[in-house]
Design a protein around this ligand. Structure first.
Ligand code: 3PG
Ligand code: MG
Length: 380
């Protein structure tokens, strides 16, 4: 067992043999889609080591996952067919159930739905790191009923993230972006106890800048979080905020350069009618210096609206600095992972986490509902 979690080997020892046994494997195949096609199959490829190990031991593997947020009813936009096709290419002959969230019992963690899931199965493996912060039926239900184990991906994610949190090489720098402070306040508070410096960009930087007395114009801004941000800034922790911003003027449309609107570098006071949408070049350089000195980096959340070429420079520069860093680098979360892929840097990141919310919650609390459930399994 690693970190108190039963591993695949423990499951094998407990059951004596997996030969011919039906093993339910919860995966996180919640992959990004565009026009009905998978745009990044990282989460499917990441489950392959577990699937391969189980099949080498003779198991009949039945995978299951959610896809999107269909709201408890079948919805043609969220059928598993594209995932099933990709999985058939990567691991021919592996079964995949229909989207778990087509049944309300999944999110509701209904006993009835758990019974339906485990029916006919001899064992359960959780390899869905990205969904293990959810108290959903397929995550917390089966381990109470079947001999269970953490899959390879789940174990690796937990090992890397908790190792980074609890025993980082220093300096340890966390780079946080993304749109909402309110989503990240908990993890920021937890990280401040362990990091040497926190670097803040993305939409959430404006609430911090406002807490320091900046005008933020029409930028994203959470008024009810200003006091919390001020509190963090006054805590004595090393927090780096932007010193310049790339902003879009009146009439401009995010994601549509043809709509016009002026784009300009401003300082930390953003004029009325203007929207800050990326960190400026001075800030990107300053953040890169901090990252270069680090021996452990955790990056979650883009620095700007990088899907729009006018506002990608900050994220590109920071992603490059993370890739260049000599230290151990971890990228967590869909958007920052997508940015690393877009800029061709994913191969130069030491650990690309498959979890966004799950990674943040694990760093914040040191545990997840899915891990607790595995520790309560009959064989644990
Ligand atoms: C994710 O993509 O973050 C996970 O698959 C969890 O999905 P959810 O946020 O819809 O629960
Ligand atoms: Mg490195």
């Amino acid at each position: 067992m690693t970190g108190g979690l039963p591993e695949l080997e423990d499951l094998l020892a407990y059951t004596g043999s997996l030969d011919g046994r039906r093993v339910l494997v919860r995966c996180d195949f919640n992959v990004p889609m565009g026009d009905g096609e998978i745009t990044d199959d990282l989460r499917i490829r990441a489950a392959l080591p577990t699937i391969a190990w189980l099949r080498q031991h003779g198991a009949q593997v039945v995978t299951c996952s959610h896809l999107g947020r269909p709201g408890g009813v079948p919805d043609p936009r969220f059928v598993m067919d594209p995932v099933r096709r990709r999985l058939a290419e990567l691991a021919p002959g592996v079964e995949l159930l229909e989207n778990l969230r087509f049944d309300q019992g999944e999110i509701g963690n209904d006993d009835r739905f758990v019974s339906q899931l485990v029916d006919g199965c001899d064992a359960y493996v959780n390899d869905a790191f990205g969904a293990s912060h959810r108290t959903h039926a397929s995550i917390v239900g089966p381990p109470a009923r079947l001999p269970s184990a953490a899959g390879r991906l789940l174990s690796a994610e937990v090992g890397v993230l908790l190792g980074m949190r609890d025993a980082p090489n220093r300096p340890f720098v966390a780079v946080l972006g993304g749109s909402k402070v309110s989503d990240k306040l908990g993890v920021i508070q937890a990280l401040l106890d362990t990091v040497d410096a926190l670097v803040i960009g993305g939409g959430m930087c404006f609430t911090f800048l406002a807490a320091r007395g900046s005008q933020v114009g029409d930028s994203l801004f959470e008024r009810d979080q200003v006091d919390a941000c001020r509190h963090l800034l006054e805590s004595g922790a090393t927090i780096h905020l932007p010193s310049d911003i790339t902003a879009l003027g009146p009439g401009g449309v995010i994601g549509d350069p043809s709509a016009g609107g002026e784009v300009r570098q401003v300082g930390v006071h953003i004029p009325e009618g203007w929207m800050g949408l990326d960190i400026g070049p001075g800030t990107a350089a300053q953040f890169s210096d901090v990252i270069a000195e680090a021996r452990t980096v955790f990056w979650n959340g883009p620095m700007g609206v990088f899907e729009d070429p006018r506002f990608e420079a900050g994220t590109r520069t920071v992603a490059g600095a993370v890739a260049e860093c000599r230290g151990f680098t971890v990228v967590g979360g869909g958007d920052s992972a997508a940015a690393a892929v877009k800029f061709g840097l994913a191969d130069r990141i030491d650990h690309m986490s498959t979890g966004g919310g799950a990674a943040l919650e694990l760093l914040e609390r040191g545990d997840l509902p899915g891990l607790q459930a595995l520790r309560g399994a009959p064989n644990a």
